[in-house]
Design a protein around this ligand. Sequence first.
Ligand code: SAM
Length: 248
Amino acid sequence: MDRQMISRLAHAHHPIAAPVSDGAVATLLERALAPEDEGRVLDLGCGQGGWLLRALVARPRWRAVGVDLDAAALTRARESAEAAGVQRRLGLHHLDAREFTAREPFELILNVGATHSFGGLLPTLAAAREHLAPGGRVLVGECFWECEPSSAALGSLGSAREEYADLATTVDRVVADGWTPVFGHVSSRPEWDAYEFSWTGSLAAWALDHPEHPDAADARAAADLHRAEWLHGYRGTLGFVTLLLRRD
Ligand SMILES: C[S@@+](CC[C@H](N)C(=O)[O-])C[C@H]1O[C@@H](n2cnc3c(N)ncnc32)[C@H](O)[C@@H]1O
């Protein structure tokens, strides 16, 4: 079973592919969209479009563009947009986010849980800046270390210690890069637990519901492995912060 299929099944009940609750998403978007009645929002790594759909529903005069490499996730985003009646204000591009170009800049740029597509947090902010309108904002979601990672935590994530920093260092680096955090959200332990139980539980439930499917055993094994890696590995060690940024 390929990773994209696993991810789609795992996010069936938690379309935001990050440990951020619906309430926190609403609050972050409210702050991010607040200054203008109308505008354009770009999501570089939009997945199923969870952030963009919520933005378009909340703001009838905003338009949105989403970019992602996962064609099936984009199909899901399109279907959800049609169900919500916002499809005319949403453009979706099946493309590497590093290759996306646009004629006009955007008032808001999102990249939540997808900084790896640009090689890390600061390269992601540099890429976002290329598309940002004067006075615009960036909403970026990135992992950090809640505490010093054990070798079990690093092994379960397949990460190096240097891949992330602690929260203070993460924010310091962003500030040193010329950005000002104007809002932010640190995912709580209950948000992480809800996300991981939903991820592993949705995948395991699909396997139980489709015992004859040729991918059922793979799905079950992926759910079991992910749950073990989380509970025995990175739970309480990996943090997630979503920052709303402006340029100085
Ligand atoms: C963890 S998901 C986050 C999705 C979305 N931002 C959200 O919060 O629901 C990461 C997404 O980045 C996408 N992605 C990874 N590398 C990419 C690239 N080079 N260009 C575009 N999308 C990419 C993946 O397909 C996936 O949908």
